[in-house]
Design a protein around this ligand. Structure first.
Ligand code: SF4
Length: 513
């Protein structure tokens, strides 16, 4: 017989924070926490096995930590024979067993899941997710009346709100809000990135790895390389390691890419942050302190803080403002399915092979690999936005719907017609050559555009501009690109178009490039 409770607090797999709003005021005598591992959430897209392992293991550790604090936790493992397989199903089952008077829920990170919980038949007390700096309402008020949103202006608001990197008079330290221009250096030859911090699996994680191997072996991605922190303590250790060894190089080389260097100077903390093992405000204040102590340059500190209180908060705001219609955006009318090689890495394009290969191996790639390699290719090749969105959501350890969808659909694919970003991030192979060493070992030649061995990014880039001139020529930020196109002799334009057509025909025939 299960003991009845007064309040039931459902804690989801990305809500593993001790200061979660819905846990506040929980009475250990009368209330209980419910945590459930369910097949629906683990497989509605084919999530990378490491991501499933991370979430389940971190949930089990968090449940144990709550119990050690005297909180009653009802935990449902994936292979519990009574498990109904979905969050609403489990909620219904435990409602019957525990007879709670009220359900406490912190806002979800996924519109689909939040909708499915609204009609659970119990009074729900919703709690705003205070782990973010900007609430949904505050963002909506900021966006109100604006036809187009721009992250840069939102970011300034968040700098003012947080007080980060501000002078006493409210002006930005260093005289500018954004030092991104200093963060685009290519990696000098021979640069050594710090050895990545790795975390051994304890008995809880090992049990989870067996479970994931048993149930999710059909999902793409390696499980054997799992080395990610699953507790608050280890996530803090990962962060401390970054502060000591990564942050100083992060600013200069955050856009750089190198063969067989999956992490470079990146913190790799995004998954831990997104599931609640790290605290946004603490991270920002640590980075600011590193700047004031003279340990890092302003470009590194500002760039990192902008990612957290600027871009991350901004995409969340857009997501909740625009869902559910946002997910259907397809401004370019793309109809080409996602090529199979996104799931296998089997392509002659070295940049794609490197970016996809490390994503399969570590469930991780950094923002430029995502935006300017795999994302850029999907944009240029005209891939159906929902399919590339599903790939990003599935393959990356840190991808949850609120953060993945605007980043992929809006920023990568420009499929929202420019609501989130002012121009598409399209680039030829020249950008990849400048920012990486990938072209050196590629079957294609980055210096060629129309030959059979020419870099596919080159012709596809011009093909993209030619086929979407109607939509993009009026965009001021694209004017220079179209000027360059118009200056080309017609014969060159035709050759680029024809090479683009041949490449797209290969994709349509199901061939790899
Ligand atoms: Fe990528 Fe083109 Fe460079 Fe090959 S040549 S690595 S396809 S950018």
């Amino acid at each position: 017989m299960t003991k009845a409770v007064r309040n039931l607090c459902l804690v989801l797999g990305d809500q593993l924070s001790f200061d979660l709003a819905s846990l506040d005021g929980l009475d250990s005598q009368h209330d209980a926490v419910l945590m459930v591992e369910v097949m629906e959430e683990a497989s509605h897209v084919p999530h990378h096995p490491q991501k499933i392992a991370l979430v389940f293991s971190a949930m089990r550790h968090f449940a144990q930590a709550l119990q050690q604090r005297g909180i009653r936790v009802q935990y449902v493992a994936l292979d519990d024979p009574q498990n109904t397989g979905s969050v609403p199903g489990e909620l219904g089952r435990w409602q019957s067993l525990m007879q709670p008077q009220e359900l406490h829920l912190t806002e979800c990170g996924d519109w689909r899941l939040e909708q499915s919980l609204k009609d659970c038949g119990l009074p729900i007390q919703w709690h705003a997710d205070s782990r973010f700096l900007c609430s949904r309402d505050e963002f909506a008020a900021w966006a109100s009346g604006k036809k187009q949103l721009r992250m840069e202006f939102f970011y300034r608001e968040m700098r003012r709100k947080s007080g980060l990197l501000l002078n006493g008079d409210g002006t930005p330290v260093g005289g500018a809000w954004n030092f991104d221009a200093d963060n685009r250096k290519a990696l000098p030859k021979g640069t050594k990135a710090p050895y990545p911090a790795r975390f051994a699996s304890d008995s809880i994680t090992q049990e989870v790895l067996v479970l994931v191997r048993k149930h999710f072996s059909s999902h793409y991605g390696d499980l054997d390389t799992f080395d990610y922190p699953v507790t608050h303590t280890d996530a803090q250790a990962l962060w401390d390691y970054f502060l000591d060894y990564g942050l100083a190089g992060f600013g200069d080389y955050q856009d750089a890419m190198a063969s067989d260097e999956p992490f470079l100077f990146h913190a790799r903390i995004s998954a831990a942050l997104n599931i609640g093992l790290l605290d946004l405000r603490q991270l920002c204040s640590d980075v600011e302190a590193a700047y004031w102590s003279g340990g890092i340059g302003l470009n590194a500190a500002e760039g990192f803080i902008r990612q957290l209180i600027g871009w991350r908060e901004y995409v969340r705001g857009v997501y909740w403002l625009k869902m559910p219609d946002y997910a259907a955006g397809n401004a370019f009318g793309n109809s080409r399915p996602l090529p199979e090689f996104y799931w296998t890495g089997e392509t002659q394009m070295n940049c794609m092979r490197q970016a996809i290969g490390q994503s399969l191996k570590h469930a991780y790639a950094h923002h430029i690999q995502r935006l300017m390699v795999t994302g850029n290719f999907a944009l240029l090749a005209g891939i159906v936005p929902s399919q590339i969105c599903e790939w990003y959501l599935a393959i990356y350890m840190d991808a949850f719907d609120w953060v993945e969808l605007p980043n992929t659909l809006g920023m990568v694919m420009h499929a929202d017609g420019g609501y989130l970003g002012s121009k598409p991030y399209c680039a030829s192979g020249q950008y990849i050559k400048r920012m990486s060493d990938y072209c050196r070992d590629c079957a294609y030649k980055v210096t060629e555009s129309t030959a059979d061995n020419a870099c596919p990014f080159n012709a596809l880039y011009w093909h993209f501009l030619m086929r979407h001139g109607d939509l993009l020529r009026g965009n001021q930020r694209m004017a220079m690109l179209y000027k360059n196109l118009d200056r080309m002799p017609e014969s060159k334009q035709n050759a680029l178009w024809n090479r683009g057509q041949r490449l797209l025909a290969k994709l349509d025939a199901g061939e790899s490039l």
